[in-house]
Design a protein around this ligand. Structure first.
Ligand SMILES: [Zn+2]
Length: 573
């Protein structure tokens, strides 16, 4: 396996290095990676969501970047470096100047011209392509960079997990047709797997919606962690999808529907507006109710129906309605259209509005819905009989829903996103006028893909996955050092000499080694080594008298005695 190795020139002596470890977890940090990155002296905050990466963090991040670089090069990626500072015009051409809203850092230069700090580089890459690519003979292309990105995050938090400045590997592909894009996407999918495998992460690749990026197919690479803010639905059979995109078979209602062809019947529900209040009042579960939402998409009102206990998936609704900017109706609009307030709405008798219902309502009978009259509801409301609706998959999957593949209950997990791949399609090439000549000499629009990896996210995810109360347990491939040589007492001439010879033997084996020459108690040195997450430690102590040293694995804390001459060889290759 290839590993980034730093030049072996000088001794890496801990006493000379800047590794400002802290005794306690900093109070401001909540998640493990944030606590440990601060405590282990990897990072320091400069401002909200803006961090200094100190010596250890930079070493680790460089190793991650090298793995990414090697795997991108292996699929034919060509590395570039584009400016972080972008003119407004190119973002206006694609429409993202407005779509990205306040998340895009915008600024003005001395001539009052608009600029922004790039959050991704679809636009700039497309500008390069349209200026230079002329013929099908020049395609396909895979272009990538490892570069600093900016995002004006409203609530930076969780250390390096939600920040305003970060490092990303972003790549872009240009192909003649869909088959070419499929191949480029597939290459990235497998390169990403190799990257995350080499970084030592456990992760899942899930189907995802591409949101504001445009395009169709996309996958997210997710690491399960309570520190994350993205939810995915997973099943034992292997099904995994972003919660906003996940589909499921609805779980059975908590109580069987009343039988029979009963006619809707009004009943008084004074002051009961929410699903929970009506459930309590009627003694019937929330699964027996129809939830009514009034949304405005493309300027047109729409009544959206869900089972009482279900939530709307905004992603699915925006895909269905074709309007990502849809909004809830205002109270006055609801009053005008329904003659009642939001707590008493329902589908029966609704005429001038489109009605769309989630699939979970299909086949249900005799449910409860609002009566479109304040403080009244209807019982015995049967979809398809008492009102007509278009049925769609509109709900957010919930834990316990049946898996669409196998029917087993789905689990919902919190995750950290480490990578994302998209089939962009023609969004940028079309809107920005990228054309090449095909074999027949006809002008055609190339099709694009876009692919990202959060470099710091890999380090954070690794820490979230692998740590204990004493510190990080970093995968060897991304740890700032592979082995630390720790003499219990560096002032003891014999120990110091053995330490130096073991350190040199480690370097000769190509290991990334650190020598802890500090004048500290052994306990302090062991604690620091555990904290910063070095995978192996070689301890030189009293047993040196009989020619032995101790070899310790950080992850398992297993320790064995080995002869001085074999100490370096004890580190697995
Ligand atoms: Zn399943």
């Amino acid at each position: 396996m290839l590993r980034l190795r730093f030049p072996p020139a000088t001794f890496m002596l801990w006493s000379k290095l800047f590794i400002p470890t802290l005794r306690e977890n900093p109070a401001e940090a909540e998640v493990a990676s944030h606590q440990l990155l601060l405590r282990a002296g990897y990072i320091r905050q400069l401002a909200a969501g803006i961090y200094n990466y100190l010596f250890l963090a930079q070493r680790s991040l460089l190793k991650i970047q090298q793995i990414v670089r090697e795997e991108m090069d292996a699929i034919g990626g060509q590395e570039m470096l584009l400016p972080g500072l972008n003119p407004a015009e190119v973002w206006q051409e694609s429409g993202r100047w407005d779509v990205m809203g306040d998340n895009l850092f915008k600024l003005k230069d001395r001539f009052d011209r608009d600029l922004c700090l790039g959050m991704t580089h679809e636009e700039v890459m497309t500008v390069i392509a349209r200026g230079e690519l002329r013929s099908y003979k020049q395609l396909p292309q895979i272009w990538y960079q490892i570069q600093t990105k900016f995002r004006d995050e409203p609530r930076p938090k969780s250390g390096l997990l939600r920040v305003r400045q970060f490092i990303m590997k972003d790549s872009y592909t240009f192909d003649m047709d869909q088959a070419g894009l499929d191949a480029a996407y597939d290459k990235h999918y497998h390169a990403y797997r190799r990257i995350f495998d080499r970084c030592g992460l456990e992760y899942s690749a899930v189907e995802a919606h591409s949101g504001a990026m445009g395009g169709s197919q996309s996958h997210e690479f997710m690491v399960a962690s309570d520190a994350g803010e993205d939810f995915i639905a997973v099943c034992k059979c292997g099904y995994a999808a972003n919660l906003e995109k996940a589909v499921s078979v609805a779980s059975a209602p908590l109580k069987a529907d009343p039988e029979g062809d009963l006619a809707p019947e009004e009943f008084h529900t004074p002051g009961r507006k929410t699903i929970a209040e009506v459930a309590e009042f009627t003694g019937l579960p929330e699964t027996s109710q129809i939830k009514s939402l009034v949304l405005v998409a493309d300027g047109k009102p729409m009544l959206v129906l869900l089972r009482g206990d279900h939530q709307l998936s905004e992603t699915k609704f925006s895909a269905y309605s074709g309007d990502p900017e849809f909004r809830p109706a205002h109270p006055q609009e609801i009053q005008d259209w329904f003659g009642a307030a939001a707590g008493s709405l329902g589908p029966v008798g609704v005429k001038n509005l489109a009605v769309v219902a989630d699939n979970a309502l299909k086949g249900r009978r005799n449910m409860i819905a609002g009566a479109n009259k304040d403080d009244y509801h209807l019982r015995h409301v049967t979809p398809g009989e008492d009102f007509q609706a278009e049925f769609q998959d509109l709900r957010q999957v919930a834990a316990g829903d049946g898996c669409i593949n196998c029917g087993d209950p789905l689990q919902v997990r919190k995750t950290v996103e480490i990578g994302h791949i998209f089939k962009l399609g023609y969004k940028y090439s079309e809107s920005m006028g990228l054309r090449v000549l095909n074999e027949e000499g006809k002008e055609v629009t190339p099709i694009m893909g876009s692919y990202g990896i959060g470099i710091e996210r890999i380090l954070c995810a690794a820490i979230e996955l692998y740590h204990d109360k004493d510190g990080m347990i970093l995968p060897r491939s991304i740890a700032p050092f592979e082995v630390v040589v720790t003499p219990a007492n560096y002032n003891d001439a014999a120990q110091a000499e053995a330490a130096r010879s073991i350190y040199e033997a480690c370097k000769a084996r190509g290991l990334d080694a650190l020598l802890d020459d500090r004048d500290e108690r052994p306990g302090v040195k062991f604690k620091d080594a555990d904290l910063i997450g070095i995978p192996y430690r070689i301890v030189i102590g009293k047993k040196l008298a009989s020619g032995m040293v101790e070899f310790v694995e950080r992850k398992t804390r297993k320790s064995v005695d080995v002869p001085v001459a074999e100490a370096a060889a004890a580190v697995p290759k």
